[in-house]
Design a protein around this ligand. Structure first.
Ligand code: B12
Length: 210
C-alpha cells in the first residue's frame, strides 16, 4: 500500500499517475482529505513555487506539477465538500477582452485551486460585463485578470470601471497579472493586488482576503 507522504513527492515531481494512485489509495483507506491537502499537497505546491522563484523549476515543471495537483484535487474535492472543509475564498478569473493568451492564466487558476480557492474560470477574451455578472451578489470574491498584450492590458481598467458603475467595486478585490503588467500599473488603475507569477498570485489572494 502506498504511503500518503508519497503524495508530496508525486506532486513536486509532477508525477500525475502516482499522485492519482496515492490519493485513491489514501481515500479508500479513509485518510482525512483535509490532511492530505494541507499536509502534503499544498506544501508540495508551495515548494514548486519556491523552486520556480529560485529558477530551479521552469514553466514545464510548473505545468506538470499543477496537472498532478489538479488530478489529486479532483479526487479530493467531493470528499472535502462532504467533510465541510471551507474554501479559502472565491476567485473569478479570466483573460481580458481581445486577448487569447491563457497559459499563464491557467497556471494561476491551477495554483489557486491548489491553494484551496474555489475558481470560476471565464476563459479568454472576456468582456468587462461578464466579470461583473460573475461577481454580482458574491461579496468578497477576487476578480483575477490576466493580459499578455500591451494593447489589451487597458481592458483591466475597463473591468474596474464596470465594477464601479455596477456599484460593487468595494465588495470585491481585483488582482491583476500577465507579462506586461507591473505593480506601478496596478496602482495606476486602482487594482488591489498584483503578482508576476502563479505562486505569488496565491499569496496575494490570501493577503487580499485577510
Ligand atoms: C504563447 C504565446 C502566444 C500563443 C498563446 C497560446 C495560449 N493558449 O496562450 C499564441 C500563438 C496564440 C499567441 C498569439 C499572439 N501573440 Co503571443 N505570445 C506567446 C508567448 C510566446 C508566451 C506567453 C506564455 O504563455 N508565457 C508563459 C506563461 C506561463 O507566462 P505568463 O503568461 O506571463 O503568465 C505568468 C505571469 O505573467 C503571471 N500571470 C499571468 N496572468 C496572471 C493573472 C493574475 C491575476 C496574476 C496575479 C498573475 C498572472 O503568472 C503566470 C505564471 O507565472 C509570448 C512571449 C512571452 N515571453 O510572454 C507572446 C506575446 C505575449 N505575444 C505577442 C503577440 C504580439 C501576439 C499576437 C498579437 C501575434 C499576432 N500578430 O497574431 C497574437 C495575439 C492573439 C490574441 N488576440 O491574444 C507579444 C505581445 C507584445 C506586446 N507587447 O503586446 C509577445 C510578448 C511576443 C513578443 N515578444 O512579441 N501568442
Amino acid at each position: 500500500m502506498s504511503d500518503p507522504a508519497e503524495l508530496y513527492d508525486a506532486i513536486l515531481t509532477g508525477n500525475a499517475k502516482k499522485a492519482e494512485e496515492v490519493t485513491k489509495t489514501a481515500l479508500e483507506a479513509k485518510a482525512d482529505p483535509a490532511e492530505l491537502l494541507n499536509k502534503y499537497m499544498i506544501p508540495a505546491m508551495d515548494e514548486v513555487g519556491k523552486r520556480f522563484e529560485a529558477n530551479e523549476y521552469f514553466v514545464p515543471e510548473l505545468l506538470i506539477a499543477a496537472r498532478a495537483m489538479k488530478i489529486s484535487l479532483a479526487l479530493l474535492t467531493p470528499e472535502l465538500a462532504a467533510a465541510g472543509v471551507e474554501s479559502a475564498g472565491r476567485v473569478v478569473i479570466g483573460t481580458v477582452q481581445g486577448d487569447l493568451h491563457d497559459i499563464g492564466k491557467n497556471l494561476v487558476a491551477s495554483m489557486l485551486e491548489g491553494g484551496g480557492f474555489e475558481v470560476i474560470d471565464l476563459k479568454v477574451d472576456v468582456p468587462a460585463e461578464k466579470f461583473v455578472e460573475a461577481v454580482k451578489g458574491e461579496d468578497g470574491t477576487i476578480v483575477a485578470l490576466s493580459a499578455l498584450l500591451t494593447t489589451t492590458m487597458t481592458e483591466m481598467k475597463k473591468v474596474i470601471e464596470a465594477l464601479e458603475a455596477a456599484g460593487i467595486r468595494d465588495k470585491v478585490k481585483v488582482m491583476i497579472g500577465g507579462a506586461p503588467i507591473t505593480q506601478q500599473y496596478a496602482d495606476e488603475i486602482g487594482a488591489d493586488g498584483y503578482s508576476d507569477n502563479a505562486s505569488g498570485a496565491v499569496a496575494t489572494a490570501r493577503e487580499l482576503l485577510g
